[in-house]
Design a protein. Structure first.
Lengths: 667, 247
């Protein structure tokens, strides 16, 4: 409670500064912040809130800012509604609505409609209230503002609670509750919990009511500046009374009293004392009940609140009659009846006569008692079934009862059928969920399995690929050549060869790790590779590498080392059978999504190779094909391969041609 | 000693000539050839004492060349790169070979050995087996085993089991013979890897074709078809079951 006080002090302290600030500038944001300040005090410090709102209205008119004026009017109306002056509130709200519509301020419009609905509802003009709600929901949906939508649900639930349509109340409040929870709006959250609690209270399902109230209280305790803490405690107290936990009820009513005293809410206080008294009546402690009722009466008299006064007088009458003081019972009941007649509450008046009748009976004045009872009977429309018998009436009652019983039986049968249907439905749903879960799990499992198989396949292939690149024949031949140069004291050639060889090893090791390498790196590796072969084969062949201008050798990247096995093939098996000087041509070109690599040699073609050599070839090309397949599985653009002999017009084989198309990326 | 070189790589032949001239005395390279065909005519013409022969050549293999030549009247040393199948084949038939790049010491040892052994019959037995094995399927292959005095040619499927005796290996054959060979069990373990052999124990290599049953008692015992029993190492049991399943 201290925090609330501090909050008020802070607002009051900052007000002069805000007002002073307002004197030299009339910017819109300042008006907005003033409105926010005013709104914070609505239904709290009403006078302060009103004076800020008036100030804003004046400034907004001067500044030509209808939006702010509209908000200020709405705040004033809010204060009027709190004071029960709904008629006046509606006048202001209509003005505010017009301004908001002109300014096209949808959110403000929503807030205004919400207040209007609340005001119409206070005046019991349900059609108008419903019309406002309809408009409000449209606006809320248009703005997609969760707070506004939730507030709309709040008002809607409140309307239904008055119509005692508890199912609808819970329905709309639950919707609002979901929104409030989702957007973590504590105020709305607690409000919806309270509304649902209220609905349960009306329904006399006290356990549930209590649950919702306690949840609401939980949230409200965390909030600052809560204005109706007393009410929630009161409602919790009522629930505890109804479920016969008087000690808890006493505690909560006392907390309610404390809270409302702090906020100086006399009207609420009157009811808190009545609640406390009622709790004491439940435990038959009538003396305590009387003393609390007297306190309540005192407050009602002080603030001139007739409804609460009438109620407390009735309560007192009952207490006095029960404790053997019928005279006091009579006088209190008579007083209550007089007030109820004045405010035109027939139900309460009937209750009053009933109490009066009992009091007279206790004091032995049977004639008066009968008279009061007759009055009670004529007023109370609900007691036809139970009291004052006549034969016809009895018969009718019997008939009615039988009919009701039959109805109840058929209803219970229906309910049983429905329950059965629901349980079957539930069973089906449960089975469905289990099946879906199992299928999902199985799918997940299979996916994981495949993934791991694919991974291991890839790793294995990568290793085989690396080994196929590091062909042992090639390595040992290279080393033998180096040995040979050394034996012949040709240190320079040995050093050159060794350098080229080690560079190639490094390139192969590095490039085989990458999925894509720059074209330049691939070309460098191929040149190096062919240079080594040239050195070994004593320049028995030449090679040419042509790169299309469209290829940016540094930036375009391709999958590495797809070309080398075909070059190796060309050197080891193609060129051997040529009569001319060997020539290997490599052309790189760019075609849409691919880089094409053509490898041509002027050797003996594909068919010449001996079966065993072919076997060796196919081993290397099997690995290439597998690697291509794996690449293609993961790539959008596939690698393509075409192998063919080059022939002249007579059909003589002039060499071999390999065409690779590989996808490329930009670095 | 008159030598002929057959290798399709000029560089290798050049290398061999250089090495021979530098490290071996009393040898003369009388001819060289770059393929199977050239090699055959070269050999028939020159009748050398020793042939240094490459395995894989453009127009065929060294095995082809020897098969086509028929009865050999010269010694053979193979020169090979990294061909594990060829090396295994050499070991099966106890044929001499040197690896590229050539270690001069190994070359010298191999040539000296060739000069010493003038046993043409043994030479032909070895090469004959080498060529035969090349043609037959694995289970039909024969291995050349030598003890102190005798050379045996044994079909691998006729070996029931091998037992380690320090640096020797004792072979138990189907006909009841027992041969003691001066090589380690480890060597045969790797030689028979592609056959149906299983290393059941530190000192036992068994041919699963002669496996009878496995009994779990006393930590696990294998019964062979000849009635012999062998222990199985505890951590080998599972892989024995797998090997039997794959049979």
């Amino acid at each position: 409670m201290n925090s609330i006080r501090k909050f008020f002090l802070l607002v009051l302290a900052s007000l002069p500064a805000v007002l002073a600030y307002s004197a030299d500038t009339t910017s819109r944001s300042r008006l907005d912040s003033l409105n926010a300040l005013s709104k914070a005090q609505v239904c709290g410090q009403i006078a302060l809130s009103d004076s800020i709102a008036d100030h804003v209205i004046q400034l907004a008119k001067e500044a030509g800012y209808p939006g702010a004026e509209s908000v200020a009017l709405k705040n004033k109306a809010g204060n009027l509604i709190c004071q029960g002056k709904s008629q006046q509130a509606i006048v202001l709200l209509k003005m505010a609505l017009q301004l908001a519509q002109e300014a096209n301020e949808l959110k403000t419009e929503g807030a205004i409609l919400n207040n209007m609905a609340a005001a119409f509802h206070q005046l019991s003009k349900m059609d108008s209230a419903k019309w406002c709600m309809k408009q409000l929901f449209e606006v809320a949906r248009a703005t997609k503002d969760s707070v506004l939508l939730a507030s709309a649900y709040k008002t809607k639930s409140n309307i239904h609670i008055v119509l005692t349509e508890n199912d609808s109340v819970v329905h709309f409040a639950m919707k609002g509750l979901a929104i409030a929870e989702a957007i973590r709006h504590d105020e709305l959250h607690s409000a919806f919990l309270t509304i649902i609690g209220n609905a349960h209270l009306q329904n006399e399902t006290f356990d549930q009511a209590l649950e919702y109230y306690l949840r609401a209280r939980e949230i409200m305790l965390k909030m600052e500046g809560v204005v109706n803490m007393g009410l929630i405690y009161h409602n919790i107290g009522t629930c505890f009374t109804e479920i016969s936990q008087p000690d808890s009820a006493f505690k909560y009513f006392e907390m309610a009293i404390e809270a409302s005293q702090l906020q100086n809410r006399q009207y609420q206080l009157a009811y808190h004392y009545m609640g406390l008294a009622f709790a004491y009546m439940e435990v038959k402690n009538y003396e305590q009940a009387i003393s609390y009722n007297l306190k309540s009466k005192e407050i009602s008299l002080a603030i001139g609140e007739k409804r609460s006064l009438a109620t407390v007088l009735s309560n007192l009458a009952e207490c006095y009659t029960l404790t053997g003081r019928p005279e006091l019972g009579i006088s209190n009941a008579q007083e209550a009846i007089r007030i109820d007649q004045a405010i035109g509450d027939k139900d309460k008046e009937a209750d009053g006569y009933f109490l009066l009748s009992q009091a007279y009976e206790k004091s032995g004045k049977y004639a008066e008692s009968l008279e009061a009872y007759k009055k009670f009977y004529s007023l109370d429309s609900n007691n036809l079934a139970s009291e004052k018998s006549s034969t016809i009436f009895d018969l009718e009652t019997k008939y009615q009862t039988e009919k009701k019983e039959a109805e109840i039986e058929s209803l219970s049968q229906k309910a049983a059928i429905q329950a059965l249907e629901i349980s079957q439905k539930n069973q089906a749903i449960v089975i469905g969920i289990i099946v879906v879960l199992l299928v999902t799990m199985a799918a997940l499992f299979i996916y994981k399995q495949r993934e791991s198989v694919r991974r291991s396949q890839q790793i294995e292939l990568e290793q085989r690929f690396l080994r196929s690149q590091l062909n042992p024949h090639f390595i040992f031949n290279a080393l033998l050549a180096i040995q040979n140069f050394m034996l012949k004291n040709n240190a320079q050639s040995a050093a050159l060869y060794l350098t080229k060889f080690s560079k190639l090893m490094r390139q192969i090791l590095e490039n085989s790790r990458e999925e894509f390498i720059p074209v330049a790196a691939e070309i460098e590796m191929l040149s190096n590779y062919m240079d080594i072969h040239k050195l070994r084969l004593k320049d028995s062949f030449d090679y040419k590498i042509e790169v299309d201008e469209k290829i940016d050798v540094e930036a375009d990247t391709i999958p590495p080392m797809f070309v080398q096995p075909f070059v190796e093939n060309a050197i080891e098996h193609g060129l051997i059978n040529t009569k001319d000087h060997g020539l290997i041509e490599i052309k790189l070109g760019k075609e849409n999504e691919h880089i094409s690599i053509a490898i041509r040699d002027n050797g003996g073609g594909l068919a010449i190779s001996s079966p065993e050599l072919k076997e060796h070839n196919s081993l290397a090309s099997t690995i290439i094909r597998e690697r291509m397949a794996l690449f293609n599985k993961n790539l959008k653009d596939k690698i393509q391969l075409a192998l063919d002999n080059i022939t002249n017009e007579q059909g003589d084989i002039l060499g071999t041609k390999v065409e690779l198309k590989v996808p490329f990326h930009y670095l | 000693m008159r030598i002929v070189l057959v290798d399709d790589d000029d560089m290798v032949r050049d290398n061999l000539k250089t090495l021979l001239s530098m490290y071996v005395t009393d040898v003369e390279v009388v001819g060289e050839a770059g393929g199977v065909c050239d090699g055959l005519s070269c050999l028939r013409q020159l009748k050398p004492d020793l042939l240094l022969l490459d395995v894989e050549m453009k127009d065929g293999t060294g095995f082809d060349l020897l098969a086509q030549y028929g009865e050999l009247d010269f010694q053979v040393i193979f020169v090979t790169g990294h061909d594990e199948y060829a090396i295994k084949a050499f070991k099966f038939s106890a044929v001499d070979y040197v690896l590229k790049p050539i270690d001069p010491e190994e070359l010298v040892t191999a040539i000296k050995k060739a000069g010493r052994s003038a046993n043409r019959h043994l030479q032909n037995l070895k090469i004959g087996n080498l060529v035969e094995n090349k043609k037959s399927i694995e289970s039909e292959q024969k291995i050349l085993l030598k003890d102190a005095e005798t050379v045996f040619l044994v079909a691998v499927k006729d070996i029931i089991r091998c037992e380690s005796e320090t640096n020797y290996t004792k072979f138990y054959l189907v006909d009841g013979r027992k041969l003691t060979i001066s090589k380690t069990l480890k060597e045969y373990d790797s030689l028979f890897r592609d056959q149906f052999f299983f290393r059941a124990h530190q000192s036992h290599l068994i041919n699963l074709l002669h496996f009878d049953r496995f009994e779990k008692k006393e930590g696990g015992t294998v019964y062979m078809k000849d009635g012999s029993t062998l222990p199985v190492a505890v951590r080998k049991r599972e892989s024995l079951m797998m090997a039997l399943n794959n049979l």
